[in-house]
Design a binder for this molecule. Structure first.
Ligand SMILES: Nc1ncnc2c1ncn2[C@@H]1O[C@H](COP(=O)(O)OP(=O)(O)OP(=O)(O)O)[C@@H](O)[C@H]1O
Ligand SMILES: [Mg+2]
Length: 325
């Protein structure tokens, strides 16, 4: 098995709002292996973006705060790096794409200028060489007529084209890890498929490790070697995509899979999980899924579930791991 490129250990993030203070993100252990595509999946508010932000030590403070934990990347704990060194890791070694490309692009510069400036800053290239490289990168992300696209401002491009520009910027410095946080969320289905294809192709070509964040486990499992599921800020299951999708693991994973319609489905009504995800400021004690779990017993409420190994590199955080349906 390849070595971990990124390792989160005992990571806890707390938020203070007018409703109170609570540990919103609480990840026991999560590894992203060198060269793999890892998918982090969870419903809205489960802590996916927070995991990405904590990895980059960018949790907004206030209202948030990393209260404990370690983020190991290439032999260094990123949470303990001096700000200047962390600045060099961001962009140059870990690149990130977020769901709204407009938030990553500057509206007052042409996109060609923006890619050029990143290359001048991080790669120390002169303007002419950086511009030539920028046009090449726009072509790499399959923007046709890259010279013309480079002369346009972000608002003159479609959402899909903007996201391709952001991907070009992310790839410009030869980063080892790419974090794609819902990179296709606001795009039409066909444009989404194009961006996913592009990311898959770039991954094959460059060998970059990808942390892919999304909310649909079936879509993520298709493009990722391994996936991890978050529920209310806690990791509930992690393992090879096929093993997790087989559905023999955490009750939450089973519930999620049962709610997804499949081709050839004969069910007239899809299964739903009663209740709502908990308030992240006041999460329930023990297993955070227990108020909605059919298998819940008193111990689920009393203690944080242990990590139980179900198979090679497949673990589930559940007091009843391994139960059959
Ligand atoms: N700026 C903030 N102020 C207060 N609470 C916040 C803030 N940012 C995040 N949180 C808390 O952290 C939780 C997780 O947020 P996060 O953005 O990681 O969710 P997500 O899984 O990325 O959801 P989505 O799919 O909607 O992007 C939220 O439910 C919220 O309670
Ligand atoms: Mg998010």
């Amino acid at each position: 098995m390849p070595a971990p490129l990124l390792e989160l250990k005992g990571l806890q993030v707390e938020f203070t709002t007018f409703e109170g203070r609570g540990v919103t993100l609480d990840i026991d252990r999560l590894e992203v292996l060198e060269g793999e595509s890892f998918g982090l999946v969870g419903e809205s508010g489960s802590g996916k973006s927070l995991t990405a932000l904590a990895t980059l030590n960018l949790v907004p403070n206030p209202p948030g705060r990393i209260i404990r934990g370690e983020v190991w990347f290439q032999g260094r704990d990123l949470l303990r790096l001096p700000p200047r060194e962390m600045g060099r890791v961001r962009g140059a070694q870990i690149a990130a794409i977020f769901q709204d490309p407009m938030s990553s692009l500057n509206p007052v510069f042409t996109v060609g200028e923006q890619v050029t400036r990143v290359l001048m800053h991080h790669q120390r290239l002169d303007r002419k060489t950086a511009y030539r490289r920028a046009v090449e990168l726009l072509e790499t992300v399959r923007l046709s007529d890259p010279e013309t696209v480079g002369r346009k401002y972000p608002h003159e491009l479609s959402g899909g084209m903007r996201q391709r520009v952001v991907i070009a910027i992310a790839l410009s410095c030869g980063a080892r890890l790419l974090i794609a946080d819902e990179a296709t969320r606001n795009l039409d289905v066909t444009i989404q498929a194009g961006i996913i294809d592009l990311l898959t192709e770039l991954k094959c070509r460059t060998g970059i490790t990808v942390l892919y964040i999304a909310n649909n486990p079936a879509v993520v499992a298709e493009i990722c070697d391994r996936i991890g599921l978050l529920y209310a800020g806690q990791l509930v299951e992690v393992g090879p995509s096929a093993a997790v999708l087989a559905g023999g693991g955490h009750p939450y994973t089973r519930a999620l899979l049962a709610a997804i319609p499949r081709v050839g489905d004969t069910r007239e009504v899809l299964e739903v999980t009663e209740g709502f995800p908990p308030d992240p400021i006041r999460p329930p004690p023990g297993c955070r899924f227990h108020p909605r779990c059919r298998r819940a017993s008193p111990e689920c409420q009393a203690a944080t579930p242990p990590a139980v190994t179900l198979g090679p590199d497949h673990r589930v955080y559940c007091h009843h791991a391994g139960w059959s349906a």
